[in-house]
Write a protein that binds this ligand. Sequence first.
Ligand code: G4P
Length: 527
Amino acid sequence: MGKLEEIQKRRTFGIISHPDAGKTTLTEKLLLFGGAIQSAGAVKSNKIKKHATSDFMDIERQRGISVATSVMAFYYKEKKINILDTPGHKDFAEDTYRTLTAVDSAIVVIDVAKGVEEQTEKLVKVCKTRNTPMIVFVNKMDREGKDGFDLLDEIEGKLKMKACPLSWPIGMGQRFKGVYNIFESKLVLFDSHGKQDEESTIVIESLDDPILEQKVGDQLARELREEVEMINEVYPSFDQEAYNAGELNPVFFGSAINNFGVKEMLDCFVEIAPMPLARQTEERLVDPLEDKFSGFIFKIHANMDPKHRDRIAFLRICSGIFERNTNYLHVRNDKKIKFSNPTAFMAEKKSVIDEAYPGDIVGLYDSGNFKIGDAVTEGEKLHFIGIPSFSPEQFRYINNADPLKSKQLNKGVSQLMDEGVAQLFIMENSGRKIIGTVGALQFDVIQYRIEHEYGAKCTYEPINMHKATWIGYSDDVAFKEFYTRRRNNIAKDKDGKWVFLAESAWSLNTVMEAHPKISFHTSSEFE
Ligand code: G4P
């Protein structure tokens, strides 16, 4: 098979949801369809147990296991599908944000009873900043939940999506009879055993077909006709270009645990989801069909065994063909680098590969060279953009608790920051270091790992901080004045970018008003 065909058949995506909406269950069903796993439960056992939220070591251990589920690849209808795992736990939201930089599209899972939840909103927002095409799957239709139209309103209101229902539920909970597949004009019936087989899928020419009454009863048949008529009137029909541009979002209904409605969505997904997309760099747009290889690191996973401090860096291939044992350029270090054991992930299995194509994710063993966002190329000095840092939500000063080990502490902190465990800010006035994280858990993780992997010790000191904002300016004089007056709150991030640390929303506003020529951004990348 030629390079073009290989690239065209790849679909790389992530599933996002609020915890418990059914992401793991859906992932598992997709893998079962692809024949990548044989039994249910295989993915689930790798999941971070929800009751262990207070035990960070358990979570880290689970994260160790979850290397295997970081990428789950399978074949379906001659497409190679790469699912990128996104941790649902909110303390690892940064991991998820970064993983979303490596996908070409996403599936958003919503619980029919709970509707759009907080974490879903945040993750969809991140996808929207990149215009990532998204499909919505409303899950748990076997349970009582919100009305379909109310959910569409929520999807449009809270997620700012343009909903385009491609399937529609017939009843719900106890009365759930199945879905009408609008995309293919098919009636798909849910049998009492929760199975969906060929016989339960009926192709009908139109909704006037009396078979509808026979199968779902008079009342539900009438309701379905009315509702589908309303959908046709109110909602736009599917438009491939609008979906590709992130401006139209197909919506499906089903029940992942019962494997119902999943096939409808998957069949549609393989047809409409985009092949590997071009990626923007500071220098130029990189097309997947280019001859020369390029890729970027979007995730780094530490080895949980302290005796082997190697890590796995996950590389998203953006162009060309990646080959084993070939000299490439690690752009940031300006050094040649060669990989003898690049790893690919097929469902639960890992294997060393000789080559990989755009859209694929390769695991590279790394002894501490890589940083999130790093580019690897055949020689061109490219810098991929769109892998920003976001403002952390919790801040603490980090102090050295063992003066003899300050070198080890610095190394540990620096490597953990490269891995993306947390963010480091160095204050301009005092040179003190502040660690910023999304969740409180990371502070424990850092302390533990610094001690066990680097032999150093650290303590934290509380600090009253609300937000980190990255600073933009074009007027040097205005910046100088801002810098002089606000030095106590100015820091540099890991890349040496200027950051203003605000103690409260109020103080941020005051500073913004006082310095209109300075712009303040909640992410490290801005226009
Ligand atoms: P997550 O990865 O998004 O956190 O969710 P996960 O798939 O683990 O699903 C969360 C819970 O919802 C699980 O139940 C799962 O069995 C259930 N679930 C998933 N899909 C459906 C569905 O279509 N209908 C119904 N009724 N439930 C569904 P649990 O009791 O928390 O876990 P478990 O004991 O079943 O593993």
